[in-house]
Write a protein that binds this ligand. Structure first.
Ligand code: GCU
Length: 399
């Protein structure tokens, strides 16, 4: 993945060099060939964030019940119409699955490995989702990370600490490329009857992928080895964005972990730092709906920003992970998004990050909104995993 991201970043560096005016002085230790963008904190414009607690009507919500009943659905709707596109359907009526194989002696006898195939529309020749599930041997049902990934490597410390991992490759549902024809795509197959073609608020790839993560939960809830109250979602980079959107929509995810998710994941787009709405919708327009790109030149008109996506998790815990040398994702913007989600957690009587200033490197903070910046570059490391499990241990009362 690091390799693939590097290639993508190189390609972007070239295209952005041509597209952007002279970039400001980079932070001192930034590599010379790092992707060009605005990285000067002094040049971040002044902006006003939309208030998550104010209804579209202008009235303020004052209680957790009002948030859940009135404001949460409004915000979900805004993220659907203006950003990711509409999720047209939940669990398809005909969905079923088959356990293809079980290995009770995986990872040197420490784990159980299951291969499961989900037939999304019931038909064996229809769209499907293949799951690689590795669960630690345990007398009790185990907590599980649903992980979106194109590789199937499981980090050994996860199993050692008593957590399971359910991996699924989102590109099995929808390819990660531009100009996928609507005809025959999953988007078409799941569209409401009578819809003849894509609409401006039709879901993009991130939406389809996030929907897939929810379908993984449909299966996991029935697995006798899994604790259905301790199912989490985790993704890195573009899949970190996906994990965020999945966790925002589906309250069955007990904890959400957007890792180096950046723009469209957990950072404030109004800052214009690192990857902008324009940059992301120029190169990856198909990740979002068509309307999102229309805000590229006036992001302040976007009725949402990403503190509100984090707030959609409330009161469920969320953990945002960033990396020191990953300016493209705007680490500080991810700190500010986390911080500005706190008022919604406060309605539920829960503390968010508990700090006002960005903490030093590798000093994780946060009660219900966890946050860290670790050493190193874009990606997922053993350090990240260890902190995620510390956080989950605390919330699941594991010792
Ligand atoms: C590109 C893209 C990012 C994305 C990343 C990835 O760098 O600009 O938004 O997160 O690819 O998914 O690796």
């Amino acid at each position: 993945m690091a390799f693939r991201s590097t290639l993508i970043l190189r390609a972007l560096a070239l295209s952005l060099l041509l597209a952007l005016p002279a970039a400001a002085a980079p932070p001192p230790d930034m590599p010379k060939d790092y992707v060009k963008a605005q990285y000067d904190e002094d040049l971040v414009p002044k902006f006003t964030l939309p208030d998550p607690l104010v209804l579209n009507s202008g009235r303020r919500v004052r209680t957790a019940a009002e948030w859940t009943r009135l404001r949460r659905p409004e915000l979900l709707q805004l993220f659907q119409t203006e950003v990711y596109g509409r999720t047209p359907i939940g669990r398809p009526p005909g969905e079923r699955w088959e356990v293809l194989s079980v290995d009770r002696n995986a990872m040197g006898g420490r784990a159980i490995y299951e291969k499961v195939r989900v037939y999304l529309l019931g038909r064996a020749d229809g769209p499907k989702l293949d799951l690689d599930i590795t669960l630690p041997k345990s007398r009790k049902r185990v907590p599980v990370f649903v992980m979106l990934s194109w590789h199937s490597k499981v980090e050994p410390q996860v199993i050692e600490r008593g957590y399971g991992v359910a991996l699924y490759d989102p590109t099995q549902l929808y390819p990660d490329k531009r100009d996928v024809p609507w005809e025959g795509s999953l988007r078409q197959q799941l569209a409401p009857p009578g819809q003849a073609g894509p609409r401006d608020d039709d879901w993009g790839a991130l939406g389809v992928w996030a929907w897939g993560a929810s379908r993984v939960v449909d299966y996991l809830e029935t697995d006798p080895l899994v604790n259905r109250h301790e199912i989490m979602v985790l993704g890195v980079s573009r899949y970190g964005k996906t994990a965020g959107w999945a966790g925002a929509q589906d309250t069955r995810f007990a904890i959400t972990f957007p890792v180096v998710s950046g723009t469209g994941g957990a950072t404030l787009v109004r800052r214009g730092y690192g990857e902008t709405v324009k940059a992301i919708t120029d190169v990856f327009p198909y990740w979002f709906d068509k309307r999102f790109a229309t805000y590229a030149s006036h992001v302040n008109d976007l009725p949402v920003d990403w503190h509100e996506l984090i707030a959609l998790m409330a009161p469920r815990p969320v953990y945002i992970a960033t990396a020191e040398r990953d300016w493209w994702t705007d680490q500080h913007g991810q700190f500010l998004a986390a911080k500005n989600a706190a008022p919604v957690y406060a309605l539920f009587g829960e503390k968010g990050m508990g700090v006002d200033e960005e903490p030093p490197i590798e000093s994780p903070v946060g009660d219900y909104i966890g946050w860290h910046k670790r050493h190193g570059v874009h990606g997922l490391t053993p350090y990240d995993w260890a902190r995620f499990m510390d956080f989950a241990d605390r919330h699941f009362h594991r010792s």
